[in-house]
Every structure is written in C-alpha cells, then in structure tokens.
Design a binder for this molecule. Structure first.
Ligand code: HEC
Length: 266
C-alpha cells in the first residue's frame, strides 16, 4: 500500500500539470497581448531609475504640481515619502504638502469624487499602484501620447487610451501635437478596404520645455510612480549594498580562519 502511494501522487501531479499547461499558456499570452501598439510609441521606454534620489525628488514635485489636483496616492504617506526621498521635514511641509495636510497623512487629492464624476465623467484612478498595474513603459507612453483632437470635449485625445477622460494636462510643458495617419489596405469579410492607421505625431506648437526636457520630465514622473508602487525598493537597495559588503567581510574572515586552522594540518 505505502509503496504505491508516492508514484500515484506523482502521476496525479503530472496529469494535473499536463492538463493545466494548455490552459495556462493562452492566459499568459492574453496578459502579454492587447492591440498592437503603433511603432513610434512602442519604441518609447520609461528607462527610469528608482535608485536616483534626485530623479525621484523631481518626480515627486511633478506629481504634486501636475497630478495631485485630480489624482490621489492614498497608500503613500507624506512623511514616508520625505524620508525615502531624503527631503527635510521643513521643506516637505513648506514646499510640497498642501497647507491643510499633516506629515502622517496619506497623499490625497483635494478633488472630491462627486465633482470628478461631474467634470470628467469618472473618478481619476489612484496613482499609488498605477505603475505596478500598468507597467512603467505604459504610463510613460500614455503621458507622451496626448494629441490635439477638436472633436473631443477637452480638445485632446490619446493614442494609448483612446477618448480618455483625462485632459492633456502637460500640454503647456510639452506643446501640442497632431496625430498623422496613413492609409492601409486591409481585407474585411473578404472585401478590400482602406483603413486609416496612426503613423506618427507632428508638433503643432511648442511648450515651455524642449522635447528632451519633456522626456526627462515624464521619466522622473514615472520614476516617482514606480517608487510609490513599492516604496521599500528604495531602502531595500541601500540595505542590499550593506548586506553584500557584510557578506564580503564575513567571507574574508571565514577564509582567514580556515587558513589558520589548516596551517597545522599541512
Ligand atoms: C484634470 C484632472 C487630471 C489631472 C491633472 C491628471 N489626470 Fe490622470 N486621469 C484623469 C482622469 C479623469 C483619468 C481617467 C481616464 C480614463 O479612464 O478615461 C485619468 C487617468 C490616468 C491614468 C490611467 C490611464 C489608464 O491606462 O487607464 C494615468 C496613468 C494617469 N491618469 C496619470 C496621470 C499623471 C501622471 C498625471 C500628472 C502628470 C495626471 N494623470 C494628471 C484626470 C487627470
């Protein structure tokens, strides 16, 4: 009895795996998928670095000035952010926090949910976990993909999130872009049709920042959102350096000790 128990369990496990695998593969493919991105946009990558405290500080300022009017970050406390980003408490309170907020408070927008629904049709999502749920590249591309579209209520549209409820809030910095389309032949239901597909962006008017400066602005912003999604990653990195140093020193001691012990044996 006991003998046959293990092989039977192993067999059952193997069968479960064999049955589950074909199910798992399409799920993974779906998670990766979604409609193909236009080539110009697909080439954009956030390329942010959470180890750069300078970039995180700039990103925090960007988010507070340009995103906080509508979005909250309800899982991040002001004081925790100040500590992680090495911002002295007096600067945090004087320059970054709204006058009515306390350091122990979570970062919350003053926009009321009811007003958001009236003004934008929906509530702006909380940004604490957005970089984790969407991925940093997607947020970076979204912020750089707004374009002029007079047919929309706010006058702008977005290639990544068509007909967004969010207006092009960074256009004073970036300037305004138009979307340029090209015609492509396609076949729908066996009939040849010509479809308009997005090709590239064209700058209509400049903003306060150059293209490079705007890219850096968005990169810093996404960097801060990346940090917010997992604040521990910043302190973990510096702890990691100490752990590695400690292990190196320990190895050196162990090696010296081994030499000492084996001296008499040889
Ligand atoms: C004027 C209000 C407003 C401001 C300011 C604003 N947003 Fe939004 N944002 C919205 C609304 C409304 C939505 C919901 C869009 C939708 O689902 O159609 C949104 C959605 C988003 C999304 C989710 C997009 C998705 O993939 O679903 C991200 C990311 C985002 N905003 C980032 C930002 C960042 C970063 C800033 C600051 C640079 C910012 N927003 C400033 C109103 C705003």
């Amino acid at each position: 009895m006991r003998k046959s128990f293990l092989p039977a369990t192993a067999k059952a496990m193997a069968m479960t795996l064999a049955l589950a695998l074909p199910l798992l593969v399409p799920v993974a493919a779906l998670a990766e998928g979604g409609p193909a991105l236009p080539k110009v946009v697909e080439e954009w990558h956030a390329g942010n670095d959470v180890a750069s405290i300078d970039s995180l500080q700039r990103g925090a300022r960007n988010v507070i000035n340009y995103c906080l009017p509508c979005h909250s970050m309800k899982y991040v406390r002001w004081s925790r952010m100040g500590e992680d980003l090495h911002i002295p408490m007096n600067l945090l309170v004087a320059d970054l926090m709204p006058p009515d907020a306390k350091p122990g408070d979570y970062i919350e927008s003053s926009l009321r949910a009811e007003d958001a629904v009236v003004w934008f049709g929906k509530q702006p999502p909380d940004l604490s976990l957005i970089a984790r749920s969407r991925g940093t590249d997607k947020v970076y591309r979204f912020l750089k993909s707004f374009y002029d579209d007079p047919s929309r209520p706010a006058g702008s549209n977005n290639i990544i999130l068509p007909a967004p409820a969010m207006p092009a809030v960074l256009s004073e910095l970036e300037g305004v872009k138009a979307a340029v389309y090209k015609s492509e032949e396609s076949v729908v239901d066996g009939k040849p049709v010509t479809v308009k597909v997005f090709d590239h962006f064209e700058k209509i008017s400049g903003g306060q920042l150059s293209d490079e400066q705007f890219d850096a602005f968005v990169r810093d912003t996404v960097n801060f959102l990346d940090y917010a999604g997992e604040p521990a990653q910043v302190s973990r990195r510096s702890t990691g350096v100490w752990v590695v140093l400690f292990l190196l020193v320990l190895t050196w001691f162990a090696w010296m000790l081994k030499k000492e012990y084996w001296k008499d044996v040889h």
